[in-house]
Design a binder for this molecule. Sequence first.
Ligand code: ADP
Length: 374
Amino acid sequence: MALRVGVIGGGQLARMMIAPAVELGIDLRVLAEGEGMSAGLAATAVGDYRDLEAVRAFAADVDVVTFDHEHVPQDVLRRLVADGVVVHPGPDALQFAQDKLVMRARLAELGVPQPDWAAVRTIAELQQFLDAHAGAGVVKTPRGGYDGKGVRVVRGAEEAQDWLDALDEGDALLVEELVPFVRELAQQVARRPSGEIVSYPVVETVQRDGVCAEVIAPAPAAAERLVEVAEGIGRAIAEGLGVTGMLAVELFETDDERILVNELAMRPHNSGHWSQDGAVTGQFEQHLRAVVDLPLGSTAPRAAWSVMVNILGGPVEGTLEERFGAVMAEHPQAKIHTYGKAPRPGRKVGHVNVAGDDLDDAVYVARAAAAHFA
Ligand code: ADP
């Protein structure tokens, strides 16, 4: 019988697992938040991922449970594990991707380089941190943030007053030093339950308005030391936290050549979309192989350079598909990936991958192809 993998969450990450699942003969099922989600092409159940009984019913018919997002509550996950369900990544690992304060504390224990940080509950505590860091900091809500929501640069503690006021008893905000980074990088690794780890080349990510806009793989002009440090950080976190499946580590590179961890994602990640067309094993196939504990695939690049450009917002009129003819005729090198989502300002609705020998050329084609969808 085919292995059955259940993905909780029906977004584009689940959608992009479908093609590799078909090729590997994996029976992929999705627990989607509603009808008509990105991953609705797979066998889909609709249910609330916070509802233990809904998740239990979904998990009863699969061999492994994995995720499209990190929002399934710990108590639901722990009950599944207690029921004997195989969950990858498991709750012990996932907690560090669900809560940025829990992550910072654990990375400190592991000795992984990261920005200075503190947990703050009051204006006085926050101001004290800012005073010790040239008057500025980045305040984050520990849970539930994404695409820059829940992240605020502040130059005075009162700028976070509303978030402090909204804290529940016993909760805190995370404050970090404002890192003077020269660029953002991401390191991905995959790890199997049995321990095998492979790492992808470190990539450069470009964010606009808190949202990933472009990725270049490998990161241009990356010194050998940087490549080694980034890979070492990825492996140390995957092993130290017991991650299974794909792990993405978002990194800052500073002007004094330090590499600091920003945050973690324990699932396929936007910074790895290039690998679908630019690596021997794309991240979605790799995630499936890892969670069912099959030997991992080669992460070797298939071209000198890969460039990924997100399609944000989508066409003001019509659909992405209506633009296919023009884009494909003009840019036959471009690989187009769509998410089946209605266009909306700022929303990620697809991406374009281009791989080739010349970086400038690949960047040009990927941007030009993505611009057709604006
Ligand atoms: P999200 O969970 O919403 O992706 P992140 O923690 O990744 O939030 O922060 C979003 C963006 O904000 C980062 O990509 C980076 O550009 C900026 N940022 C976050 N933390 C810091 C920091 N400590 N110093 C400087 N910039 C930061």
